[in-house]
Design a protein around this ligand. Structure first.
Ligand SMILES: CC[C@H]1O[C@@H](n2cnc3c(N)ncnc32)[C@H](O)[C@@H]1O
Length: 483
């Protein structure tokens, strides 16, 4: 099927679907008509879309953890613990790495070994292997809206199974679950595979069931300039809307300077709406999600709580609809349920203290919004031009030419020419733009901010700043000052 930015017909979708459902025996459990009935019988309190829109209307920020273990019973216990002991507003099921690579045989072995060992030997929940029946046990035994969170370049079967089971939100996208997560999967392939996932959601929408879609905002989570992550988020939002998705949550990974982070969230929402309107999409329910710091964490748990609380306050002051919570075990690995719940409680404490407060505008905030929007516009205009008006084709070409370029991404399809670094107040700037098509004014603006830092630190503006910034938070500061 030739890649094009166009809603798939039902015939195109159902033709591919036959192959998709053969990917593992549990694919045979998916029955869309039955699934629609099941969703319609779910209580409203389990609808991701509704809870998000309610929060947006009330101006509150919801807290959602990540969490996933191998066996169904333990996974249910974990999720209910995070609900009851953590105070989570929304629940995840973080999917294991084998499933993300479609290695379901390995999952099967992991499930068996976890049963023998009496603990999870997978780093997440193997939704495909558990099938509709198993995932439905999770839906039946928990009390909050459920979302599958993963990092899967080909998530077609996983999405079919877990949405049919009653999950009402799905994270990911053809760019955001490829470039940061895979080494040699073509962008064209994953855009097409995620058009399938979005068309599946479009099919549910056409049958009266709202399923939320959330592109993965943080990308590599390593000094990604706000305009680059916003450009990717808006593009994945457009790809989803074209396939009939209505409930869209666009995300952003905290960079660390409060004003820039708030500007990023505000710009993301405003600019996404501009593009949805320009493309003629009606009835899009747009919300935002702020990811607490996605980079290296301090090992010391008290310091980790400082990072978590700082992220919670930025999310609240930005007015994000949702914040993704980190845990004090972030530097170590998969958290215990107690540590996970503690991260949520710390976050909720901050959200409650800041409820009703949003940072009012200021000249600095307006300037950051202007710069982020102008940079994002340069990128998106070029994507559109490269595709001759076809966003999907334009994205593939934009990566080929380094117009879209995600720092520190493993993908061989990512140019890796653009390099970021923090300026003297910790805002993430473009140290070198590579082939990102900025105006001279924007290039000079970024350079000037970085030169401020060079002057202050008495050192040249170069890649050493980037390296120092990568390790800074783990060492206890935001900006990687020379030692
Ligand atoms: C996107 C990366 C984030 O997902 C987190 N993560 C990955 N797997 C799990 C897991 N199984 N439980 C809780 N958190 C998890 C990881 O700690 C990191 O913060």
């Amino acid at each position: 099927m030739k890649l094009k930015f166009k809603k798939w017909t039902e015939e195109e979708f159902f033709e591919m679907r036959e192959e998709v459902l053969k990917g593992w025996p549990t694919g045979a459990e998916v029955d869309l008509e039955e699934a629609v009935k099941y969703h319609k019988a779910l209580p409203e309190s389990k609808s991701f879309s509704k809870k998000l829109m309610d929060a947006k209307k009330r101006g509150i920020t919801l807290a959602q953890p990540r969490a996933g273990v191998a066996l169904i019973e333990q996974h249910i216990e974990l999720l209910n613990f995070l609900d009851k002991e953590g105070g989570a507003d929304l629940l995840p099921s973080t999917i294991d790495s084998y499933t993300r690579q479609n290695k379901y045989e390995n999952c099967e072995r992991g499930i068996e070994e976890s049963k023998k060992a009496g603990r999870s030997l997978l780093n997440g929940f193997p939704g495909v292997n558990h099938g509709v029946k198993g995932c439905r046990e999770v839906v039946e035994a928990t009390n909050l809206p459920l979302q599958l969170r993963h990092g899967t370049p080909d998530a077609r079967l996983l999405s079919e199974i877990m949405i049919a089971a009653g999950f009402t939100s799905n994270e990911g996208g053809g760019i955001s679950y490829n470039v940061p997560y895979a080494k040699n999967v073509s962008i064209e392939r994953t855009i097409r595979d995620w058009q399938y996932v979005d068309r599946l959601v479009g099919w549910y929408e056409e049958h009266g069931v709202s399923i939320n879609r959330e592109p993965f905002g943080p990308l590599t989570g390593t000094l990604v300039p706000p305009s680059m992550s916003n450009a990717v988020g808006i593009l994945e939002g457009l790809l989803a809307a074209e396939q009939g998705v209505k409930s869209i949550t666009l995300g952003y990974g905290q960079c660390g300077n409060l004003i820039q982070d708030i500007a990023a969230i505000r710009s993301l929402e405003e600019q996404a709406n501009e593009y949805f309107e320009k493309e003629g999409y009606k009835g899009i329910e747009l919300t935002t999600v702020f990811h607490q710091w996605m980079g290296g964490f301090p090992e010391d748990e008290a310091k980790a709580f400082g990072v978590i609380s700082n992220g919670a306050s930025a999310a609240a002051l930005a007015g994000a609809t949702k914040v993704i919570v980190k845990t004090p075990h972030e530097a170590i690995g998969v958290p215990t349920k107690e540590a996970n719940a503690a991260g949520i409680r710390a976050t909720k404490m901050v959200l409650n203290l800041l409820r009703g407060q949003q940072l009012s505008t200021s000249p600095e905030l307006e300037e950051d919004i202007r710069i982020i929007k102008a940079e994002t516009k340069c990128i998106l205009d070029k994507v559109y031009e490269l595709g001759n008006g076809d966003w999907a084709v334009g994205i593939v070409k934009a990566f080929e030419q380094g117009v879209l370029d995600v720092p520190f991404a493993p993908s061989i399809y990512n140019a890796g020419k653009m390099m970021p670094a923090r300026d003297n107040v910790g805002k993430v700037r473009y140290l070198s733009v590579g082939n990102v098509p900025f105006t001279q004014e924007l290039i000079d603006y970024n350079k000037a901010q970085l030169e401020e830092r060079g002057k202050y630190e008495g050192r040249p503006v170069n890649f050493q700043m980037t390296v120092d910034d990568i390790f800074a938070v783990g060492k206890g500061t935001l900006i990687g000052r020379p030692e």
